[in-house]
Ligand binder design. Structure first.
Ligand code: IPE
Ligand code: IPE
Ligand code: MG
Length: 242
């Protein structure tokens, strides 16, 4: 079965999951971490090389202060608890995003968690925190310019976050919304998009299977015609490029 090499997930719906149960939103985020644990294992078992998840967007700072603080606390607790089991499962953790807004303590906790999994090589897990797709691109363009390079797509791409994971093949969003919300933009230029109405805490390995089955049936054309992709030659003479 044709599988994505890089799967990205926008984990949305924690707040609504909690609200439906008359619980504080943070309970939804806690359940969200548990869902993520199961999904990471399921993706690892599929042999997918990279999984990127959106944990906190650069826009999420606009939420009420107590939710932001509680979210970061849940994040720190998860880092401390999950790093070793991830390493044991062969999963290398990368925390991707702008760290300049975080406390020294949080930055150190992030470094420790990354170091603990640094030897793992079965799968890359990119947890995107204070990440924004536009930030990633602007940052890369700035670095390319500082290196004296012309702003070509190739030169910008060299400086993007997560070069180890390559282009996103499949992007999943839960929670019923059909938007990208400034998640991975450049690397997802040709991603297949799959949306689920399930709220993130209700999502699970079976839903991953469903998304992967759907992905396997997609014909990825990358600008070509269907006939070209299927190897039926229809190329006109003199129109060769690839
Ligand atoms: C996604 O769930 C998790 C984060 C953004 C951190 P939400 O908190 O956005 O849940 P809804 O969309 O309000 O239900
Ligand atoms: C996207 O979800 C960010 C994360 C999942 C971390 P949001 O819930 O913040 O997205 P919008 O604001 O509804 O587009
Ligand atoms: Mg949301």
């Amino acid at each position: 079965m044709k599988q994505p090499r890089h799967l990205a997930i926008i984990m949305d719906g924690n707040g609504r999951w909690a609200k439906m149960r008359l619980l504080p939103r943070i309970q939804g985020h806690r359940r969200g971490v548990e869902t993520l644990r199961g999904v990471v294992r399921a993706v690892r078992e599929k042999g997918i090389a990279s999984l990127s998840v959106f944990a906190f967007s650069s826009e999420n700072w606009h939420r009420p202060k107590d939710e932001v603080e509680a979210l970061l606390k849940v994040f720190v607790a998860a880092l401390g608890k999950e790093a070793r089991p991830l390493a044991e499962a062969g999963i290398r953790l990368h925390l991707v995003g702008d760290r300049s807004a975080f406390s020294e303590e949080l930055v150190r906790a992030m470094q420790r968690a990354e170091e603990e999994t640094a030897e793992a090589s079965a799968m890359h897990l990119n947890v995107c925190v204070n990440y924004g797709g536009r930030w990633d691109i602007a940052n890369a363009a700035r670095q390319a310019a500082a290196a004296g390079l012309e702003a070509t797509p190739e030169n910008i791409e060299r400086f993007l976050c997560m070069p180890w994971s390559g282009p996103v093949d499949l992007m999943i969003r839960t929670g019923g919304e059909q938007r990208i919300s400034n998640f991975i933009l450049w690397q997802a230029a040709y991603a297949e998009l799959w949306f689920s109405d399930k709220l993130w805490p209700d999502f699970g390995p079976d839903d991953i299977d469903e998304a992967l089955d759907w992905f396997a049936g997609r014909e990825r054309r990358f600008g070509k015609t269907s006939e070209q992709v299927r190897g039926e030659s229809t190329s006109a003479p003199g129109a060769q490029h690839a």
